[in-house]
Structures are given as C-alpha cells and as structure tokens.
Design a protein around this ligand. Structure first.
Ligand code: C2O
Ligand code: CU
Ligand code: CU
Length: 485
C-alpha cells in the first residue's frame, strides 16, 4: 500500500502536472461585467402541473466570447428552475436529444423510487421518459441532474443540471424575499477546466477519478465572473454547489455577516449568522444578505481545504477565487425588510436510543492503490464497488435508523436518495448550528452519525442510491443501493 508521501511523489504527481499544469489566458483579471444569468422560471402550476424538458446538446460561452460545446435542459446549458407546490402532482416528460442514454434524478425530492431516475430508469437518445412527481414536503431548494452509472460526472460537467423550488407558502408566511430573480436569486456554483480558447475539458483517467473533475474557472449560473444588480436591502440567495468535486468556502470580500436560513431539506429553526460558509457538492444553503450599504461587494471562495495533497495541483485548480460581484440598485425593491426570528420547528433528534445502526466505510483511492486498481481507483463502500444488480440494504418502510459513516482518507459529501436526515454528530462533535436542519447531503471529513427517516417506497426494480456526491467517486463505485419493505 502507498503512504501519502509516496503517493504524492509518484505517478499521480506527474499526471497531475500534465493535466492541470497550465493557466488559462483569461485568468485573474475579472471585469465582472456580464450580468448573472437567471435560470428561466418554469412554474408547474402555470403549466397545469404538466412540464416538459428536453435534454440536448448546446453551445455556450462560460467566458465571454469563448463558445464551447455544452448540454442543457431546454437550453444551451443548465436548465430552468422548476417551481412545484407541495401537495401537487406534476407530470414530467423529459426528451433525450443527447447522443447518450441518460436518467434524471430529482435530488432532494421525497418521492418513491419508481418516480425517480437513479441509475435505473434509463432512456436512450430519441426517447422520452415520463414520470409523476407527487410533492409532499416542506419548502426547500432541490435540484435535478443526470445519474446514469459511470457517466454522471461527464453529463453533469457538460452542463446538465437544474433547480427545483419546492413551495409550500412558507416564504410568504415567514415574510422572506420571494420575488424570483429579483430578491430571491438562485446561484449555481460550479468549477470548470477550460482550455485557452474556452473549450470545456473533461479529463478522464485515474487522477480525475481520485480527486474528482475540477477546474481553474469558477462559474455562477454558467458564467465566469458575473455581476448581479440587487435591491439595496435584504436579498435571498439560494446557493447550490453543482460542482463535480470541489468544495467552496464562501465569504464576501468585506467579510460581512449573512444569515443562513435553510439547508438541503428546508428552513433551519432560526437564522444562523455566519461570515464564512462551506458548501460541498450536492448541498444547498439559502442565505439572506443585507445589501443596503451601496458599496459593491465580491462573493469569494477560499481554496478547497478538503483535497488531500493540494500542493500537487496547479494553484488555480480548486484554489481561492473571486466568484461574482453584487451591486446594490436603489431602484429595485425587496419584498422583505426584516429578518425573521424563527423559521421552522427544529427536527427531532432525541429518542434515537434503540434504533438500528448501520456502518458505512467510504473506501477511497488510497487503499486501492496497493492493488493498483487505477480504473475504479478502489472506490467502494464497505469494500464493495457499486453493482447495479446488487441490492445492498433493505430498510423497513417508515423506519428511522442511525447511519454511521466514515471517510477513509479524503472528505466525501455523502448523499442518500429519497430521504431527509439530521446530523447527530460530525467528526465526533455536535454539528454547527447551520448543519442542524434537514439534510440529504453531508460533507464527511472523518465520520458522521446521521438519523435517517425512510418514508418513501423503493423496490427491486427502482431502488434508491446512497453515494459520495463527488461524481467521479460515485461513477467509479462509491455508491450502494437500498430498497424498502
Ligand atoms: Cu445529486 Cu444521487 O444525486
Ligand atoms: Cu440525490
Ligand atoms: Cu468521495
């Protein structure tokens, strides 16, 4: 087996240098002059709760003037923000105009396995997939993205991802900003590797598997260094980390305090004041930011501190970056001026004694190195790489369980389909206040104990997955599947 030091010094380093050792022509001097694109709002109710998406190839300039081949849902890149109302049933049709088979997973929706597109429910180019989404859960921000086993990383990287706005009237009740695109602004954060002419690079190979696909260009809603003109007041940002692998460590350039109001599954009990927020792939946080001081401010990220052997990569890959600029515009109105004191009832975490416990060890590349398993990099859970034919677990429908998950070497964002969970402990400690709400994804540096509630049916034909949301880890086998009985 390789030690960390041998690993750094060995083959991988050479590969890293070859893959990532160049700087793009447009690096470092951001003008912040392209307006932040706002994904079109697709309100299901305005469409009689029947919506259609087309997954197709596109052309898009992540950096101004530098077009590249991409893919998107009903657009050149990314997709619409689909607003769904809790209590409604939505008919969805997705047409596949890609040249590969795909699936669509509704990340964060509490729906039965058969309505979802995990690694099952494939549909081929030229075909359509129809599904029903029966929405019954608290207000939250979710998202949708492809999930075909072995190709999720590549398809998401090409641009396929969109937002789900689950609405139960909570924003109105709580007096939160709710004017989409004006004071309620979705921000999909991603990183991409672009060549000097702007073309999108998805590196294959073992290095990509080990650290996940990363890049030197941070984009927000699909473009590099945009500017958002916002009301000079309280504004809500719905943040999604849609990157394949990188964690963002967010802060504003003036280190202002903002309030986290929601995590993956909905509102926190009360707003949490923070000035720095780590968001891992798959996670969502909603924050309220006061823009009443008229000076422009930059949203920045620190380097991804969760990558082992950071030093082996080009400084710009997963390094610190300026993401986007905010400018207050006094002519714009915000629909909310006050920060609510309370938001939601705290999820129950007591009474977990006597619950069934299961243990999961997330095996990452380091252990596999000894056997030189470069292809899947040794990615597995409890020693078993993903097998679509194998059901790993059966959970009684309606049960609550405690899952104890351990990361072997690297930090992994662990995600479970079809559930909400609460974090009981993270690295042996009580989680920070903003991590105490309903979650479906958690970044695990060492270990976590989570209390999971299984409310959705999943059968042998349509199982749910649990996996690392570093998409290359997932594709390489750090994934399992469960059914309910
Ligand atoms: Cu967002 Cu199984 O994934
Ligand atoms: Cu998911
Ligand atoms: Cu991982």
């Amino acid at each position: 087996m390789f030690t960390r030091r041998q690993f750094v010094a060995g083959t991988v380093l050479t590969q890293a240098a070859a893959l990532l050792g160049h700087k793009p022509a447009f690096a470092s001097t951001a003008a912040f002059d392209r307006p932040l694109p706002i994904p079109p709002l697709l309100d299901a109710r305005d469409n009689g709760n029947k919506i259609k998406l087309v997954a197709a190839k596109g052309q898009h300039a992540f950096v101004a003037g530098k077009e590249t081949a991409t893919a998107g849902y009903s657009g050149q890149v990314l997709g619409p923000a689909i607003r769904v109302r809790s209590g409604d049933e939505i008919d969805v049709t997705v047409e596949n105009k890609l040249d590969r088979s795909t699936t669509v997973h509704w990340h964060g929706l509490l729906i039965p396995g058969e309505s979802d597109g995990g690694t099952h429910n494939h549909f081929a180019p030229g075909q359509s997939w129809q599904t029903k989404l029966k929405i019954n859960q608290p207000e939250a921000t979710g998202w949708f993205h492809p999930h075909p086993h072995g190709e999720t990383g590549r398809q998401v990287y090409s641009g396929l991802a969109g937002l789900l706005l689950i609405d139960d009237g909570g924003s109105e009740r709580l007096g939160l900003p709710r004017n989409y695109g004006v004071d309620d602004i979705p921000i999909i954060l991603q990183d991409r590797q672009l060549s000097a002419n702007g073309s999108l690079q998805y590196a294959g190979g073992s290095f990509n598997v080990m650290l996940g696909a990363r890049g030197d260009t941070v984009i927000a809603n699909g473009i590099w260094a945009p500017v958002a003109r916002v009301p000079a007041n309280l504004v809500r940002l719905r943040l999604l980390n849609g990157s394949n692998a990188r964690n963002f460590n967010l802060a504003f350039s003036d280190r202002r305090v903002f309030h986290v109001i929601a995590s993956d599954g909905g509102y926190l009990p009360a707003p949490v004041a923070m000035s720095r927020l780590i968001i891992s792939p798959g996670e969502r946080f909603e924050i309220l930011v006061d823009f009443s001081s008229t000076r422009p401010v930059i949203l920045e990220t620190g380097a991804d501190a969760f990558v082992p052997m950071m030093g082996m990569m080009d400084d710009d890959v997963s390094g610190a970056a300026q993401i986007m600029k905010f400018e207050a515009d006094a002519t714009k109105q915000s629909s909310a001026k006050l920060l609510p004191r309370e938001l939601a009832v705290a999820p129950r975490t007591k009474d977990s004694a006597g619950l069934r416990r299961r243990r999961f060890l997330l095996n990452d590349h380091m252990m596999g190195m000894g056997r030189m398993q470069f292809r899947n990099g040794g990615m597995a859970i409890n020693g078993r790489p993903f097998d679509p034919e194998r059901i790993d677990l059966t959970v009684p429908l309606g049960a609550s369980e405690i899952w104890e998950i351990e990361s072997q070497m690297m930090a992994h964002p662990f995600h479970i389909h079809g559930v909400h969970f609460t974090i009981l402990s993270l690295d042996g400690r009580v989680p920070a206040a903003h991590l105490r709400g309903l979650k479906d994804t958690v970044l695990i540096r060492r270990s976590a104990q989570i209390l999971v509630q299984f409310t959705q049916p999943a059968t042998q034909q349509h199982p749910f997955m649990y996996h690392c949301h570093i998409l290359e880890h997932e594709d390489a086998g750090m994934m399992g599947q469960y059914i309910t009985t």
